[in-house]
Design a protein around this ligand. Sequence first.
Ligand SMILES: Nc1ncnc2c1ncn2[C@@H]1O[C@H](COP(=O)(O)OP(=O)(O)OP(=O)(O)O)[C@@H](O)[C@H]1O
Ligand SMILES: CC(C)(CO)[C@@H](O)C(=O)NCCC(=O)O
Ligand SMILES: [K+]
Length: 249
Amino acid sequence: MILELDCGNSFIKWRVIHAADATIVGGGIVDSDQALVAEVSALASLRLSGCRIVSVRSEEETAALCALIRQAFSVVARVAEPAQQMAGVRNGYEDYQRLGMDRWLAALGAFHLAKGACLVIDLGTAAKSDFIAADGEHLGGYICPGMPLMRSQLRTHTRRIRYDDASAVRALTSLAPGRSTVEAVERGCVLMLQGFAHTQLEQARALWGENFTVFLTGGDAPLVREAAPTARVVPDLVFVGLAMACPLD
Ligand SMILES: Nc1ncnc2c1ncn2[C@@H]1O[C@H](COP(=O)(O)OP(=O)(O)OP(=O)(O)O)[C@@H](O)[C@H]1O
Ligand SMILES: CC(C)(CO)[C@@H](O)C(=O)NCCC(=O)O
Ligand SMILES: [K+]
């Protein structure tokens, strides 16, 4: 079994797959290294032979996580590293090492699945997009605040925007103009995300006409599902790319 980790800025997504056929044994989302070890350890019949990690955290934090994994599960974690090109995709950044590894791996995964031009929209703590042309050239992308950042900026920098998480969830049963603060903020931020998705689709159409595949991933992908009806929702897109960048046998 292989432990796969996607360390984002707020959460760690994990899953355990069988090494032979990649079938999924278990998975989840946690908010700390300790919670990760606890959840993975709780898997019945866990027998890890390897681990691969993609991280957008600092080198120190990533190294600490690798040390913890080694201690808890006696496996050496393999960390995905930046590359100028891989699996037919050419990194489009001026300095390829600066491109976020989550974005790079999602791009690899998307190009592998689409076998042609593709647009990746990843909605997490940050919202980001990446464009990959049919010949594998990564054209670059965009980074914006995602739902959690937009929300917390409004809450932090205003006196009178205050509400709890439960009312935030309730507010999203509709996107009609808000009649309370929580509705106005939550719906406003969702419309911002949808606007972001729309703009990316327009850019892709300007580049490639109708000949491209759209991938939607990240924890807040469901919020723009209707704004991008043609998109393929692939929650584990980063893991697809991670397996390509870090093969284990
Ligand atoms: N089960 C879940 N646990 C945590 N967050 C979730 C869950 N389901 C959906 N979400 C939403 O997903 C968002 C976080 O997305 P994601 O996990 O992709 O972020 P991240 O990987 O930490 O961020 P980034 O990819 O930008 O570094 C939050 O806004 C949260 O509301
Ligand atoms: C944009 C984030 C924070 C999204 O997780 C990550 O991809 C990252 O830290 N990227 C480095 C900056 C860049 O991609 O240009
Ligand atoms: K991420």
